[in-house]
Ligand binder design. Structure first.
Ligand code: SF4
Length: 275
């Protein structure tokens, strides 16, 4: 597999994984961005990030989960899908994507090995992303219905996409420890978004649980018993000052759900319209 290889949009040559600050479209990091290598460092660097841009930069160079670092870099170097073998792979954690002043957050599960782990952008370059961005375009949040590669012109307004775990996990299954290690990035995303936040959309039960967990750690009031995930489920979360944020659930846009008809375009549009 060629390494370096040309970026699919710009044609510029990049090695895989992509070094921070080397000119990849949308790369939030520089060579000086601090790198977390332990769970404690994730917590400290997340809490100290002074804005979304710096938080994204720190997320994008994180190396705190040894199993996931090994996997994401193995896929980037030796494990590329045959149809993408001539492309460079990002091979780093997926930073959040979208409007830094968003009133709506979408909480996903984790990057896909040949999607975000290849393109460096959430839900970009795979079937899940085709579904999600087409729906966000229909809902008025995205300026185009497709998301092929970083640098393709896609912009989101009023909405930002985050994830429970920011590195592609083997078999799409992060461990409990990896979810806990990554949680401070999500907590800080929520904290920085809080002043404007109106609603959240959790994709799948893991995103639902991650959103509720982050809300509790932020000191928000969560209904008891714990609200149950389901497609179209809704929970009202109350911030310490009394303001409320709505959490909506949707079946994940994974191929298992969209190919089988468990999740249809109409079902996804209906939930997005309620955000
Ligand atoms: S999963 Fe999260 S905490 Fe673990 S290495 Fe990736 S970004 Fe860091």
């Amino acid at each position: 597999m060629p390494n370096p290889a040309p970026h699919p949009v710009t044609g510029e040559l990049f090695p895989s994984p992509v070094p921070p600050g080397s000119g990849w479209p949308g790369d939030p990091a520089t060579v000086r961005t601090p790198v977390a290598t332990t769970a404690d460092q994730v917590r400290r660097l997340a809490e100290g990030a002074d804005g979304i841009r710096e938080l994204d930069a720190r997320v994008s160079v994180c190396r705190a989960c040894p199993r996931l670092v090994t996997w994401r870099e193995h896929v980037a170097i030796d494990g590329r899908r045959a149809s993408f073998a001539d492309q460079p792979y990002w091979g780093r954690p997926g930073p959040s994507f979208g409007d830094p002043d968003a009133e709506v957050l979408v909480v996903g599960l984790a990057p896909a090995a040949n999607g975000t782990n290849r393109t460096g952008r959430m839900f970009t370059g795979d079937r899940s992303g085709d579904w999600l961005y087409a729906a966000l375009h229909r809902g008025g949040y995205a300026n185009q219905p497709t998301s092929v590669a970083s640098g393709d012109g896609l912009e989101l307004t009023g909405l930002r996409i985050v994830a429970t775990v920011r590195c592609a996990p083997p078999a799409n299954k992060p461990t409990t420890e990896e979810k806990a290690t990554c949680a401070p990035w999500l907590d800080r995303d929520l904290e920085l978004s809080e002043p404007r936040l109106r609603s959240m959309l959790a994709l799948g039960s893991i995103g639902w649980d991650a959103a509720l967990g982050a809300a509790r750690r932020r000191g928000w009031s969560v209904p008891t018993p714990k609200p149950r995930f389901g497609h179209g489920a809704e929970a009202v979360l109350t911030l310490p000052g009394g303001r409320t944020v709505r959490l909506l659930g949707s079946y994940h846009v994974s191929q298992q759900n969209t190919f089988t008809g468990k999740l249809t375009e109409a079902m996804l549009d209906e939930v997005i319209a309620r955000l």
